[in-house]
Design a protein around this ligand. Structure first.
Ligand code: DAH
Length: 337
């Protein structure tokens, strides 16, 4: 076949191809291993040397022509087909279906659920308060002196002069006592905000659980017992608890609560900074001034309070080393819990 009739036949076959299969047949006919254009190219070496350049140019031109016509025709055929016919994957109806991506509770909700169940089992009921809080409840009624450093704008997000994002859940104590008479035994959980420089152990938004028990004869021993029961239920019955003197404006005396490190069981490791102890919450006996602010007589009533970071508890429980992961929305992290 001479070059001209070969070109005509290429154009005609490709033009007339009505579907993918016909087009593929045309491709094989010209460009396949034994295709007409392919053979032409192969035969160049057998031609007399003088004819080779011309033959080479012609065969290459025909090859390019066939390729580009096929490409064009493919686009035309595809455009004429419904989208569902573009690609029909081979399928095996007996294969199990893919699991869809199922949502589940956030790790912090889970940990709070565990904390809540323990306290509810000990007779506590749930209370809550607003995240946008009055300065009065967040500080003043909790006996913070006017010049206390945490009132400083460095730590607190102020909205107006007397309104702020609560820096802890302790204001819920005051709100609840204003509305209820003792005896009362509550926990309150929620989000708190501090203007912190962010790092693996500091976030500007985190979560706390607050506890409060008020009655006529509440003693420090009651606080120790409830805290110990709670920690041993959450971290195991062998966990030891110790109270370290501390200071909070709204409690007197105040204590920081430590528990034996759950990794080394007290012998000292990298998780507890070689001390064998991990700090878990703040606590104390409710300050008489807090009772006065809510109209309770401190000569009649006594009570204890405690507060802990839910993020911190979750970090200890699951060995998480960066607090920022909780609100980072990374599914690789969240799906592990
Ligand atoms: N509100 C304290 C804080 O954010 C935690 C705290 C300490 C709460 C002692 C209490 C308490 O109720 O008695 O650091």
């Amino acid at each position: 076949m001479d070059a001209r009739s070969l070109e005509e036949s290429i154009r005609k076959d490709i033009e007339n191809a009505a579907n993918d299969q016909a087009l593929e047949e045309a491709r094989i006919k010209y460009l396949g291993r034994r295709g007409l254009v392919t053979s032409l190219l192969k035969n160049i070496k057998d031609a007399p040397p003088a004819e080779r350049p011309k033959l080479g140019a012609t065969s290459n031109r025909l090859k390019k022509l066939a390729e580009s016509l096929i490409e064009e025709k493919l686009t035309v055929l595809r455009a004429a087909q419904p989208a569902s016919r573009f690609y029909t994957p081979p399928h095996d109806a007996t294969l199990p279906a893919h699991d869809g991506l199922t949502g589940h509770r956030h790790v912090l909700s889970k940990v709070f659920g565990e904390i809540k169940d323990i306290f509810v089992g000990m007779g506590y009921t749930l209370a809550s308060g607003p995240q946008v809080e009055l300065e009065y409840y967040n500080f003043q009624a909790l006996n913070f002196p006017d010049e206390h450093p945490s009132r400083d704008e460095q730590d607190t997000f102020y909205i107006t002069d007397d309104m702020l994002l609560r820096t802890h859940t302790s204001p819920v104590q005051v709100r609840y006592m204003e509305e209820h008479k003792p005896p009362l035994k509550i926990i309150a959980a929620g989000r708190v905000f501090r203007n912190e420089s962010i790092d693996p152990s500091h976030a500007a938004e985190f979560h706390q659980v607050e506890g409060l028990y008020v009655d006529t004869d509440v003693a420090l021993a009651d606080l120790k017992k409830d805290v110990e029961i709670f920690i041993q239920q959450l971290f195991g019955s062998k966990t030891q608890v110790r109270f370290r003197p501390s200071f909070f404006p709204f409690t007197e005396p105040s204590a920081e609560v430590d528990m034996t490190c759950f990794v080394c069981r007290g012998s000292g490791c990298s998780v507890c900074g070689k001390t064998g102890w991990i700090e878990i919450m703040g606590s104390g006996m409710v300050h008489p001034n807090v009772f006065r602010a809510v109209g309770y007589d401190p000569d009649i009533y006594s009570g204890f309070a405690f507060g802990m970071g839910v993020d911190r508890v979750a970090m200890i429980k699951y060995g998480i080393d960066d607090i920022r992961l909780f609100l980072g929305n990374d599914l690789r992290f969240l799906s592990q819990f």
